[in-house]
Design a protein around this ligand. Structure first.
Ligand code: JHZ
Length: 429
């Protein structure tokens, strides 16, 4: 008899318990062309579960990768100055710490438009990008970054090794969550890594997903939501060891960098993160239980706030045609009756419609032209950057709404960036 019980993407056990259900949503990055507005859109269930065997948080649905990262995938890393700066610092750190030079090789998996590898190239380190999304891979190649236009798999790793290539550093930022075959991906990294090589992986932290109620970062591209414990167990299965953990509270709403190698041993910070997780209960279902009810409350409160503003005669627009914006708009049910349009700097997204709710995407200049009374920050992770850019809109009386962890209207953001989420100010390892 076929076994149709969902199995953990990491350890293969069937001990998965669902703790959040966002209903059926369209693919978050499948922006709609205006001429296709009447075509039916694909919708898939979005359910998040915890594996009580290896503690990995994951969604149950699996949408084929070529549906997620084909021509419709228009995310370009280079549109965020914050991300560019963060990536540059990471590249220079790795060049320095690993002593990389003209004989080394830096490989990035999901290298997007070459936003990170160009920093290694600038320091004279040979690079190789692997990126399946066609527009981004083409942009990287045009920029002089050698890029293979394909998904990274175990087979690709074997092929590169057979060609005599081994990576002294492998970078995988915001991609390990995106691969359905998690074990194949990690096994591929192990094959490609040179004996003394280092792997650097970044992903939003599951602790921030829960504590900041960032439920909108759940969408079909993100199969997994990692903790240090889950990464540790996953790596060990493939003969790799977690050595170092670094926390970036303001990147993508709270990101961890995990550094791995073939040598066993935790840094002090890595050990502290693992201990913190055990103490806070991230290894137990109870930590996640109740999250669904908190998310439902955000839905109700946000809807109520927008409906009230609208009933009072205010106009509302939104900022950021982000994937997380798509989850938020569709789950909460925010359509043209509440919000007039969405703005985004990414020129590839302008002129298209948000999935499901079909709000039009315009350039940010539309804010000064139409001067909506309120601006819902869908890309709330870039709040400070957007506040800086939108000084004129704010000076003209425009006000901003932050949807999570609890919907609120920002008080006088033009006076300076409002305080970060409380936990950002806590001392973290
Ligand atoms: P942004 C992305 O998700 C993509 P998204 C991906 N799925 C992933 O894993 C996570 O990040 C971690 C625009 N923008 O980055 C650019 C402005 O207009 O939060 C983007 O369209 N003006 C791989 O899509 C959007 O906002 C600005 O000043 O949820 C932000 O999307 C800035 C800074 C951004 O991620």
């Amino acid at each position: 008899m076929p076994d149709d019980h969902p199995r953990c993407r990491s350890c293969g056990s069937d001990s998965l318990s669902v703790f959040l259900s966002l209903g059926k949503t369209p693919l978050a990055d499948a922006l709609v062309r205006t001429e296709a507005v009447d075509d039916p859109e694909e919708r898939y269930p979005l359910e998040v579960a915890f594996c009580s065997e290896c503690t990995l948080v994951q969604i149950l649905e699996e949408v084929p990768p070529d549906r997620l990262f084909g021509r419709d995938y228009l995310y370009f890393s280079s549109f965020s100055p914050q991300l560019l700066q963060h990536s540059r610092e990471n590249a220079f750190r790795l060049v320095h710490e690993l002593g990389l030079g003209a004989d080394s090789l830096a490989v990035e998996l999901a290298s997007n438009d070459g936003y990170l590898l160009r920093n290694f190239a600038e320091r004279g380190v040979p690079v190789l990008g692997i990126e399946p999304a066609p527009e981004q891979a083409t942009a990287a190649t045009a920029d002089g970054i050698p890029t293979l236009r394909e998904f990274f798999t175990l087979e690709v790793a074997h092929r590169l090794r057979a060609e005599g290539r081994a990576a002294d550093v492998i970078i995988a930022n915001n991609v390990m969550a995106h691969v359905p075959d998690l074990n194949g991906f990690v096994a591929g990294m192990e094959v490609l890594l040179s004996d003394n090589g280092v792997i650097s992986v970044e992903n939003p932290y599951v602790r921030d997903l829960v504590e900041r109620c960032a439920f909108d970062t759940v969408y079909h591209e993100h199969h997994c939501y990692f903790s240090c414990g889950a990464v540790d167990r996953l790596m060990r299965r493939h003969g790799l060891f977690l050595n170092e953990v670094t926390y970036f509270p303001d990147l993508h709403g709270g990101t961890l960098r995990w550094q791995m190698s073939r040598k066993e041993g935790y840094s002090e910070a890595a050990r502290r993160h693992l201990d913190d997780e055990a103490r806070l209960g991230l290894n137990e279902f109870a930590y996640y239980d109740g999250f669904g009810a908190r998310v439902e409350k955000v839905r109700r409160d946000l809807l109520e706030l927008l409906q009230k503003l609208r009933a009072d005669g205010h106009t509302i627009a939104a900022y950021g045609a982000a994937a997380k914006g798509s989850t938020l708009l569709n789950y909460v049910g925010i359509g043209a009756d509440l919000v007039d349009f969405v703005v985004d700097r990414n020129t590839y997204k302008q002129g298209l419609l948000m999935p499901g709710v079909h709000l039009p995407i315009l350039p940010p200049e539309a804010l000064l032209e139409h001067r909506p009374d309120f601006l819902l920050l869908l890309a709330w992770n870039f709040k400070d950057e957007i506040i800086r850019q939108q000084a004129d809109y704010l000076a003209g009386g425009g006000r901003m709404i932050i949807p999570v962890p609890a919907p609120r209207i920002l008080q006088d953001p033009s006076a300076g960036a409002s305080p970060a989420h409380d936990r950002n100010r806590e001392k973290r390892p």
